[in-house]
Write a protein that binds this ligand. Sequence first.
Ligand SMILES: Cc1cc2nc3c(=O)[nH]c(=O)nc-3n(C[C@H](O)[C@H](O)[C@H](O)COP(=O)(O)OP(=O)(O)OC[C@H]3O[C@@H](n4cnc5c(N)ncnc54)[C@H](O)[C@@H]3O)c2cc1C
Ligand SMILES: NC(=O)c1ccc[n+]([C@@H]2O[C@H](COP(=O)([O-])OP(=O)(O)OC[C@H]3O[C@@H](n4cnc5c(N)ncnc54)[C@H](O)[C@@H]3O)[C@@H](O)[C@H]2O)c1
Length: 479
Amino acid sequence: MAASMTVSGGDEYDVIVVGAGPVGENVADQVVRGGLTALIVERELVGGECSYWACIPSKALLRPVAALAEARRVDGAASAVRGGPNAEQVLARRTAFTHNWSDDSQVGWLDSAGIALVRGTARLVGERLVEVRTRDGGVRRVTARHAVVLATGSKPTVPDVPGLAEADPWTSRDATSATAVPDELAILGGGVVGCEMATAFAALGSRVTLVARGSGLLPRLEPFAGEAVVTGLRNAGVDVRLGTTVTTVERDAAGVRIELTDAEGTRTVRADEVLVATGRAPAVDGLGLEAAGVHGLTIDDSCRVEGVDWLYAAGDVNGRALLTHMGKYQARACGAAIVARAGGAAAEPAAWSRYAATADHAAVPQAVFTDPEVGAVGRTEAEARAAGLSVRAVEYDLGQVAGASLYADGYTGRAKLVVDTSRDVIVGATFVGATAAELVHAATVAIVGEVPLDRLWHAVPSFPTISEVWLRLLEAYGR
Ligand SMILES: Cc1cc2nc3c(=O)[nH]c(=O)nc-3n(C[C@H](O)[C@H](O)[C@H](O)COP(=O)(O)OP(=O)(O)OC[C@H]3O[C@@H](n4cnc5c(N)ncnc54)[C@H](O)[C@@H]3O)c2cc1C
Ligand SMILES: NC(=O)c1ccc[n+]([C@@H]2O[C@H](COP(=O)([O-])OP(=O)(O)OC[C@H]3O[C@@H](n4cnc5c(N)ncnc54)[C@H](O)[C@@H]3O)[C@@H](O)[C@H]2O)c1
């Protein structure tokens, strides 16, 4: 610490939460509702990555694209659609959803919820002891009576490609907060960020090249999902290059020069910007873990760090499931456990108890807002087999469902259920097609509830909805 700095100390709260993203906010809210006091420390904006540079602005960019695409697929409505989205208005709508990167309303919510806020960067300096470098240059030490919760999120990883870091690449932050649409955009990485941003920027007018090193896109999902997204992106004019690696990147006066290598050799792509979308890593730099005697953030199902009974890690920072809804789910389990333990209870995180984020292991839902949309939950067929389950999978062409054909002319899509035959329950489900993400929650309920297939026959989907695919899948499986 610099000699000139004054350390103000003596503050005590029951719980200190580091990071005011959706996860930190939810932990703090839970513990305050449980009768404890909470301080939340935030170094940027209250609301975190999700509100300003991730979920909200990305979906605000994508929604107009989806709305237009849907209207174009319905005869009688399509003729009213003239041209593509208005990029300027789409960016303005996105900016409105981020409150122009002001967190006033979220700070107001913290206040109304009775959660104290300090703006600054926190680090652990001892057992239950947190030091905050405040925005005004001061240093403040705060003690937690019961627990410190790390909810610091994640940061984008930039691969070690020669010239890439020097070329000033975009990360997801630059893409989601862009103030203009580049004429040419190269995207590195065929995961969720790469696919969603390719969808948005192609529709807004960029010529997009999407470079993926694997043989398909969205590699964590069922292969047919990635294949449908490749087709959708190519139909939208995106140059999707699979099995391709970037060997060098160089920025010059004209933009960025990117050398690519694939099975056929080497080629060069030019772009105004290059977006790196190659995954994220836990935001733990400078958190003082080692100094506080914490070696790694391995957690139990209540998000308590193994071997450190006062420390918790919830949300992206624990690396379990990098999704807002899963982080908020962890926050509910973690907050409940902290409150119970403060009252003297053991609050063991028994599977499916209120103190355990059990769904993290095999019931994580995800919605990918590409065209077509992808919704998935639980295990893919390959994952279920690798986990040693006895598996049978069934698929159905969504376009054959009456509700889907009414929804859009020429509806294309696919659905798949993965069944554990030893228990006759669903362990995974994937839906691809317009509004497919809305089909996922029924599957999540079936997986978490371990509803036997025999009973699912009695869950009758309405006619004529796209949900009738459930009946078709059961018929395909047989009774
Ligand atoms: C482009 C993009 C789109 C996404 N879209 C979706 C989506 O549609 N749906 C979905 O479920 N998920 C989506 N995600 C993932 C989602 O954004 C994250 O899972 C979510 O933000 C995690 O919440 P969190 O609270 O753990 O972390 P964050 O939202 O990252 O918040 C962490 C906070 O901690 C603060 N912080 C960090 N270190 C310190 C410190 N030392 N001191 C003080 N403060 C600190 C940070 O400033 C930040 O505000 C998307 C991600 C990206 C990149
Ligand atoms: N709709 C949503 O729910 C949504 C949207 C965006 C992001 N997210 C979350 O954000 C997280 C981060 O997204 P992401 O797309 O950055 O990560 P990701 O892990 O989904 O995908 C990263 C991709 O980059 C590839 N890659 C990694 N290193 C590479 C390299 N050196 N060269 C080329 N390719 C490389 C990987 O093979 C993978 O396909 C995800 O885990 C996701 O859960 C969710």
